[in-house]
Structures are given as structure tokens and as C-alpha cells.
Design a protein around this ligand. Structure first.
Ligand code: APR
Ligand code: ZN
Length: 258
């Protein structure tokens, strides 16, 4: 990774402003949403072409509907999710975040994403607010299953039944109507309160309690940067809001070359 001094002065003022904020920070927290994975080929939820424009989240991603008709989720998994998740590779931004953590500059990645790409990119301290869809478990006996194993089972029959007790298998993600894992949200809140810079990458910041965290960071005295193609409700409180794609600004600002 090139250090910021020998980086040629970037002509883009927002990259220079971001670089300055990163250079001045001691404890950076990265907060990510679906937008950071858009460059890995994973559809975002809202905005142009978003998943929720094609699928009804009240059916696909709600615990109430899953209990009523788990087949809907499992068909969606077979048609859309598995291929997307199994083939997706971390974007240059995922990798730049992991590199910054390796340099001891990032204390935690707080992600709303369930695609496992921060872990795949090499980030170590990843707080997954909404779980991880490469992990599955039986609703009854909690037996655990991996992505490829449930794909093999789903190809035989949907919904997927536990091979040990015939219970229904579900993804290890937070569905609408469920609470976020208390230990994860508590740890994320602690990190948000003690960082001196929070960088939001690719989130519409409309889903709570996750969207509270950047606000908490700001209230606790941190600087706040938002990198998001569309405007977000927190742009007005951010120290810097950059409406560009993550891959065009973040890696350059932190001196990461893939
Ligand atoms: N670079 C930066 N931002 C991008 C990019 C990109 N390449 N591509 C898309 N975006 C932005 C869009 O402008 C959009 O505002 O990413 C944002 C993604 O917003 P959402 O699709 O709402 O995703 P997210 O904020 O992560 O959703 C939060 O909602 O449905 C639930 O549980 C789900 O975790 C998800 C939560
Ligand atoms: Zn079971």
C-alpha cells in the first residue's frame, strides 16, 4: 500500500478531503451496506434494480412468512441467492478496508451485509449486524449447515429439511421481525462511540437500529464520512458526503492499489 505522501495529489477534491480525514484519524470504524458489494455483482436492496424491486421483502425476508411458507425463501435462495453468493468475490473496496485494518488503522468493520465478502477479503474484526448467509442452521435442533451443502439439499427438495431431525433449515441471518444479535449490536455501539472517524460505505441508512450507529458516532464526537451513490438521510450531519461509487474514491483515498 502506498503511503499518502507519495500519492500524487488527486485532482478529485472529495478524494483529497477523504484522504485528509483518514490520515488525521487514530481509530477508524467502517460501516457498510449493500452498496460496497454492488461492485462484486451482488444486487443492492433499494435504488435502481434493487432486490426489493423484484422480490417482496415481506415474503422473502420476514420471519413470519418464513414460518408460514419456507418454500418461498428456499426457491428464492435457489434462483437468486446461492449463485450470487457463491460466485461473488470481494470488491477492491472490501480489499482496501481489509488492508487498512491490517495496518492497524481500522478497529472494526460493522456491516449490514450478509454476503461474507468482508471476511473473504481478509477483514478480521467484522461485526455482522444482520448475520451471514453462508451459514444456515436447523430451526429445531440448531444443527449447522454450509452454503454448498444447503444448495445440494435444496436442489433435491425445498424447503430444506434438517438431515438430523427433519426440522426446517434457515439462513443464519436476521429476518424482518427479528431482533439483531444483542452481543453484536452492543459491540458495534461501543465501537461507534469510541472511534474518531466512521466511514459509511454503500448504505441508504434507512434501516434501524443499524442506521443509528453512524449517528451515535457523530454524537460521540467522531467525524462522519458517507460514501454512497444516492443521497442519505444523514448527509446533512456528515463531515463529508461523497455521492460516487465506492471503488472510485475509497481505495485511492487510502492509498490502496489492487
Ligand atoms: N458505491 C457506493 N454506493 C453504492 C454503490 C457503489 N458502487 N452501489 C449502490 N450504492 C448505494 C445506493 O445508492 C444505495 O443507497 O448503496 C446503497 C444501498 O442501499 P440499500 O440497498 O438500502 O442497502 P442497505 O443500506 O445495506 O440496506 C440495509 O436493509 O433490506 C435490509 O437487511 C437488509 O441489510 C439490509 C438493510
Ligand atoms: Zn435438526
Amino acid at each position: 500500500m502506498k503511503n499518502s505522501e507519495d500519492l500524487i495529489e488527486n485532482t478529485d477534491p472529495s478524494i483529497n478531503s477523504l484522504k485528509k480525514l483518514v490520515d488525521e484519524a487514530d481509530r477508524i470504524v467502517i460501516f457498510t451496506g449493500a452498496g460496497i458489494s454492488a461492485e462484486s455483482g451482488i444486487a443492492t436492496y433499494r435504488g435502481a434494480g434493487g432486490l426489493w424491486t423484484k422480490y417482496d421483502p415481506e415474503k422473502y425476508a420476514s420471519i413470519e412468512y418464513f414460518r408460514k411458507d419456507p418454500t418461498y425463501y428456499w426457491n428464492f435462495f435457489k434462483e437468486e441467492r446461492h449463485a450470487m453468493m457463491a460466485q461473488a468475490e470481494p470488491s477492491v473496496t472490501h480489499r482496501a478496508v481489509a488492508e487498512l485494518e491490517k495496518q492497524g488503522r481500522v478497529s472494526a468493520v460493522i456491516t449490514q451485509n450478509i454476503d461474507n465478502l468482508h471476511i473473504k477479503a481478509g477483514s478480521k474484526r467484522v461485526l455482522e449486524l444482520h448475520g451471514n448467509t453462508t451459514r444456515f442452521y436447523c430451526c429445531d435442533c440448531r444443527a449447522q449447515y454450509g452454503l454448498d451443502e444447503v444448495k445440494r439439499l435444496a436442489d433435491q427438495e425445498v424447503p430444506v429439511y434438517c438431515q438430523k431431525c427433519q426440522g426446517i433449515v434457515r439462513p443464519d441471518v436476521v429476518l424482518f421481525g427479528e431482533m439483531l444479535p444483542a452481543n453484536v449490536i452492543d459491540e458495534a455501539l461501543r465501537e461507534a462511540k469510541i472511534c474518531d472517524l466512521m466511514i459509511v460505505i454503500g448504505s441508504s441508512l434507512v434501516v434501524y437500529p443499524a442506521a443509528n450507529l453512524p449517528y451515535e458516532a457523530k454524537l460521540s464526537g467522531a467525524r462522519l464520512v458517507i460514501i454512497n451513490i444516492d443521497a442519505t438521510p444523514l448527509d446533512s450531519v456528515a463531515d463529508l458526503a461523497i455521492h460516487s461509487s465506492a471503488g472510485e474514491v475509497f481505495p485511492q483515498a487510502v492509498g490502496y492499489e489492487s
